[in-house]
Design a protein around this ligand. Structure first.
Ligand SMILES: NC(=O)c1ccc[n+]([C@@H]2O[C@H](COP(=O)([O-])OP(=O)(O)OC[C@H]3O[C@@H](n4cnc5c(N)ncnc54)[C@H](O)[C@@H]3O)[C@@H](O)[C@H]2O)c1
Length: 435
């Protein structure tokens, strides 16, 4: 699982050699730890165009010091007031002089406005920010990330800005996140343990990414239910015991999975994480129907069926959160994965369609994470050269860790993320595969 190349490039001879050979030079990323909860440096708040956002109080709560002369850990460019192409020059003027000074693993967050269907000049200028953000993400280097948030209300976007400006978003770059207006439910929550008093169920949590998600939600105060297949009982119990949660041994493809979850949780559920997933790779010409069917069944049909059941019977409480797991294979496609790519694209469709109705009818948000190359047992088993290509073909030139997916999930599950709905957030280091 260890990325030896990353360690080698961190040494002086490694840096010299890889530079001379023109090889990728991944930077060791700064990630969250309780000892280092915020980036070390100041925040620079810049504006392009005339903005009406009340941003300053929100940025003051990120824990970052004021930017300026000292170390710049993060730059926030408020470009919500950019209404025409001419004003884009202000984006260039604002960032051109400061980008170089952003520390390694630092953050650039561009704020944009929703595209105005009645004003194609505004829409052109605002869409331009997307191409700008993705391009800067690809060139900025040194473990720094660049993301775009479209918003209308700064307070509703606070949990999102805090996440993107923190070490928790180390492997999230080149993303566009839309945050709804202030009318959405955006409960305030206790800083260190925002999920205190809430119950979170994570499917496929006996190992890998699911285990990391359960661990992170428990860190944030949730009572976790570690769901996995009966064959994974020893691991599921070990994880549940370690996190002070409970294990639920259940195959998610069972027709009555929803009813059995409801029965196990008579007090209801606040956070539902659909993480269980399988691959059965084969090119379509060699793929028997069973291989197709089981991947669709685990990754998509069971997600649809149990989500429907738990919303309908009220097990998922108001203010609840659903986070499903897609994949970049469901966005960009991948050879040998027609079944898997179809199932994960289906998850994206489910999220986009259900999100507005689930919020209106049940007060529940529905979002997805789409991991790229994550260092797990699954990816460690990939043949060396394919593995190396997967690891390096992204803007950060390295694989992500299960914790990166877990932190993104925790942001979406946060009680204050009620205005984040219907989003598909890639945790892929800005993979070069797909848009
Ligand atoms: N590892 C990656 O690079 C990567 C990339 C993109 C997407 N993903 C997705 O992330 C999720 C987790 O991936 P991982 O790498 O941790 O996988 P993993 O194989 O290590 O873990 C998956 C877990 O799901 C459980 N599971 C499988 N079928 C189940 C079922 N029917 N009912 C209940 N539990 C079931 C397994 O027992 C296992 O514990 C999956 O949805 C996967 O498709 C992973």
């Amino acid at each position: 699982m260890a990325d030896r190349y990353l360690r080698f490039t961190a040494t002086a001879p490694g840096r010299f050699l890889t530079h001379r050979l023109g090889l990728p030079q991944p930077a060791a990323l700064t990630r969250f730890s309780p000892e280092r909860p915020v980036l070390d440096g100041g925040l620079l708040h810049l504006t392009a165009g005339r903005s009406a956002l009340a941003l300053a109080p929100v940025l003051a709560r990120t824990g970052l010091g004021p930017g300026g002369a000292g170390r710049t850990a993060a730059v926030v460019l408020d470009a919500t007031g950019v209404r025409d192409v001419e004003a884009l020059a202000e984006v260039h003027a604002a960032l051109h002089p400061v980008v170089r000074s952003v520390i390694p693993s630092g953050r650039v967050v561009v704020l944009g406005a929703p595209l105005d269907p009645a004003d194609h000049h505004q829409a052109a200028a605002q869409q331009a920010l997307e191409g700008f953000t993705r391009s800067l993400g690809k060139e900025i280097g040194r473990g720094r990330t660049v993301n775009l948030v479209r918003l209308t209300d700064a307070a509703a976007a606070e949990s999102t800005l805090r996440f993107l400006l923190s070490p928790k978003s180390a492997y999230v770059s080149g993303q566009v996140v839309e945050v709804g207006g202030a009318t959405r439910e955006t409960a305030a929550a206790d800083g260190d343990r925002p999920l205190a008093g809430r119950t979170a169920l994570v499917t496929g949590a006996a190992r890998g990414i699911g285990e990391a998600v359960a661990e992170t939600l428990a860190r944030d105060g949730a009572r976790v239910v570690v769901l996995d297949v009966p064959q994974a009982e020893p691991d599921a119990r070990r994880v549940a015991d370690r996190l002070g949660g409970t294990a639920l041994l259940l195959d998610m493809t069972a027709a009555d999975a929803g009813a059995r979850i409801a029965e196990a949780l008579p007090d209801g559920l606040d956070v539902l994480i659909h993480n269980a997933g399988i691959t059965r790779d084969r090119r379509l010409v060699n793929m028997p129907a069973e291989r197709w069917a089981c991947v669709l069944e685990v990754n998509l049909t069971s997600v649809l069926r149990t989500t429907d059941a738990l919303l309908k019977d009220g097990t998922l409480k108001r203010g609840g959160r659903i986070v499903a797991t897609a994949s970049i294979a469901g966005i960009a496609g991948n050879a040998g994965q027609t079944n898997y790519g179809a199932s994960k694209a289906g998850v994206v469709g489910l999220v986009r369609s259900l999100a507005p109705r689930a919020l209106d009818e049940h007060g529940v948000t529905v979002n997805a994470v789409a991991p790229g190359f994550i260092e797990t047992k699954m990816t460690a088993a990939v043949p060396l050269f394919i593995r190396e290509a997967g690891r390096r073909m992204n803007s950060l030139a390295q694989g992500g860790l299960p914790a990166d997916v877990a932190e993104t999930t925790a942001w979406l599950a946060h009680p204050a993320s009620g205005a984040v709905n219907g989003q598909v957030v890639r945790v892929c280091g800005q993979s070069l595969l797909g848009a």
